[in-house]
Design a protein around this ligand. Structure first.
Ligand SMILES: [Zn+2]
Length: 451
C-alpha cells in the first residue's frame, strides 16, 4: 500500500465507526407494550366513568386509551402483555399532597415527637422512611408531596434518589427537605434554655436569613419550600381557635420571591388568623390545613389561585378528654375545619388531596381521607380528582400524572367494586402499576363487576 493511501483509509474507517455507533444509538428502542383491559375506567380527568376501555402502555407511558374491552382477549397482538382488569375499576395512581415519610405517628406513650429528634439516628429514621414509602405505594399512592423531614435534614432527597435509582420501591416523591419557621415557632420546645436542642425545621429570623434558608434548601434538592406560618393552637378567652403567627409578610415574601425564581413553589402550614393572612399576603402557593378560613380569606384564595390542602381526617384523631383545654381545642379544630372546607369548596377554591400521614402511623389507611371529603360536600368524583388530576395540577404535572390519558406516566391502580358508589372502596387498592411496572396485582378476575 502506498503511504499516501493510509490516511484516507484511516479517516474513512473512523467515519464508518462513528456512523455505525450513531445508528446503533439511534435505532428505535422497542419498548415493551402492555394492554390493560378495564371493566370501568375513571381516568382522573373526565367527569364520568366509562365501561370496557383498553389502556395501551408503551414502556413507562400511556400510549392510547380506547373503547372495546370486550373484544380484546381474542385479539391480542404478539408480544403484548395483557392485564385483565375487566372485573375491576381502574384509576390513575393516587397522589397524596401532604405526607411525612420521616414521621411515624408520634405516640406520646412512646416518647412522642421529641424522641425522633433526640434519640433516633438518621439511619434509623431513613430505614423507617423506606417502609413508609412502600406502604404508600402498596395503597395505590404512586406520588407523594412530602411536606418536610421533621429534623431529618435532607433525608427525603436521599429516599427519592433511592426510589428513582430502583433500589427501593416507592412513589414519585416531591420533597420539601427541612422546612422553615422562626425562633419560638417550632419544636423541640420546653427544654431548659441552657440546653441547645435540635429543631424540627430550619429557624430563620429576618428576610435575609429567610431567603438564605430557601436558597440552601433549593440548592440541596427541595422541590417545594414548606413554611410554618402558624404555630400551636388554643382557644382564646372569646372562645375562638387561635394560633400564633410566625414569619412576617416580609420574611415570607423573601422566600416566595426566591423560590419562584427557581421555578418552584411554596407551601404554607397555616391554621388561621394573622398567620394565615400573612401567608396569603406573602404569596403562598398552597395553604396546608387552613382550619379557620374567613370568607375574605376564601375570596382571596380564589382570586390568587391559592390551593387548599386541608388534611381533614387527622384532626379527628387522638382527641384529648373533652373536659380538658386540649380536648376542647381538638374538638374546636375539627368543627371550624369542617365549616372552612365546606365554604372553600362552595366558593371554588382549588383543593388537593392531602392527609398528613406520618402525623398518624403509616399502618393507617391513607384513603380514609376520601370519605371525610365526601361527608363535607365533595362528590366521590371530585374527591377522586382531588387526588389525581387536581393534585397533578398543584404539582405542575398536568397531563403527566393523575390521569389515564395518552402521554401520561403509566401510573395505574385498580379496585374491586365501584368507588363512585362507595368511596371507601379506595381503601382496598388491589392493583398498582407505577411507571409502567406492576408493583402489586392481587385483583385480576377477583371481585364483582361494578354496576
Ligand atoms: Zn404536615
Amino acid at each position: 500500500m502506498k503511504r499516501w493511501m493510509v490516511l484516507p483509509i484511516v479517516l474513512l474507517s473512523v467515519l464508518w465507526l462513528i456512523s455505525a455507533s450513531w445508528a446503533q444509538q439511534n435505532a428505535p428502542v422497542v419498548a415493551p407494550v402492555t394492554m390493560i383491559r378495564a371493566g370501568v375506567l375513571i381516568d382522573g380527568v373526565s367527569g364520568s366513568a366509562r365501561r370496557d376501555a383498553i389502556i395501551t402502555i408503551r414502556g413507562n407511558l400511556i400510549a392510547d386509551v380506547t373503547d372495546g374491552g370486550a373484544i380484546i382477549p381474542t385479539n391480542i397482538p404478539a408480544g403484548v402483555t395483557l392485564i385483565d382488569l375487566s372485573q375491576a375499576t381502574v384509576l390513575p395512581g393516587l397522589i397524596d399532597a401532604h405526607t411525612h415519610i420521616f414521621l411515624q405517628g408520634e405516640d406520646p406513650a412512646e416518647g412522642g415527637y421529641d424522641i425522633q429528634l433526640l434519640k433516633y439516628s438518621l439511619a434509623f429514621r431513613a430505614a423507617r422512611a423506606t417502609v413508609s414509602v412502600r406502604r404508600a405505594l402498596e395503597q395505590g399512592f404512586t406520588t407523594l408531596r412530602d411536606m418536610e423531614t421533621e429534623g431529618a435534614g435532607y433525608g427525603d432527597v436521599g429516599i427519592k434518589q433511592a426510589i428513582e435509582g430502583g433500589y427501593i420501591p416507592g412513589p414519585r416523591l416531591f420533597v420539601s427537605t427541612r422546612a422553615i419557621s422562626t425562633t419560638g415557632g417550632y419544636p423541640l420546645e420546653g427544654y431548659a434554655p441552657e440546653i441547645e436542642v435540635p429543631k424540627g425545621v430550619q429557624i430563620v429570623d429576618g428576610p435575609v436569613e429567610a431567603r438564605k434558608a430557601a436558597r440552601e434548601q433549593l440548592d440541596h434538592g427541595a422541590d417545594w419550600i414548606k413554611v410554618y406560618m402558624t404555630h400551636r393552637s388554643w382557644i382564646s378567652k372569646t372562645g375562638d381557635l387561635v394560633s400564633q403567627p410566625t414569619l412576617t409578610v416580609e420574611e415570607l415574601r423573601a422566600i416566595v420571591d426566591e423560590t419562584h425564581g427557581w421555578g418552584k413553589k411554596v407551601a404554607c402550614h397555616a391554621y388561621g388568623g394573622e398567620g394565615l393572612q400573612r401567608a396569603l399576603d406573602g404569596g403562598c402557593d398552597s395553604i396546608e390545613h387552613g382550619l379557620a378560613l374567613t370568607d375574605a380569606q376564601i375570596a382571596q384564595m380564589v382570586r390568587q389561585g391559592t390551593w387548599l390542602c386541608a388534611t381533614l381526617n387527622i384532626y379527628y384523631e387522638g382527641w384529648a378528654p373533652a373536659d380538658t383545654p386540649a380536648g376542647q381545642r381538638d374538638r374546636k379544630r375539627a368543627s371550624v375545619h369542617e365549616e372552612s372546607f365546606r365554604k372553600a369548596l362552595k366558593a371554588g377554591v382549588k383543593i388537593a388531596f392531602g392527609t398528613d400521614i406520618g402525623g398518624m402511623p403509616w399502618t393507617e389507611s391513607i384513603a380514609q381521607e376520601f370519605p371525610r371529603m365526601v361527608e363535607l360536600g365533595m362528590t366521590p368524583m371530585q374527591a377522586i380528582q382531588s387526588a389525581t388530576s387536581r393534585a397533578a395540577e398543584l404539582l405542575e404535572m398536568k397531563g403527566r400524572l393523575g390521569a389515564i390519558v395518552p402521554g401520561a406516566y403509566a401510573d395505574v391502580v385498580a379496585v374491586s367494586g365501584d368507588p363512585l358508589a362507595n368511596i371507601k372502596i379506595l381503601e382496598n387498592v388491589g392493583f398498582v402499576m407505577k411507571d409502567g411496572k406492576v408493583f402489586k396485582n392481587e385483583i385480576v378476575l377477583k371481585g364483582k363487576l361494578p354496576n
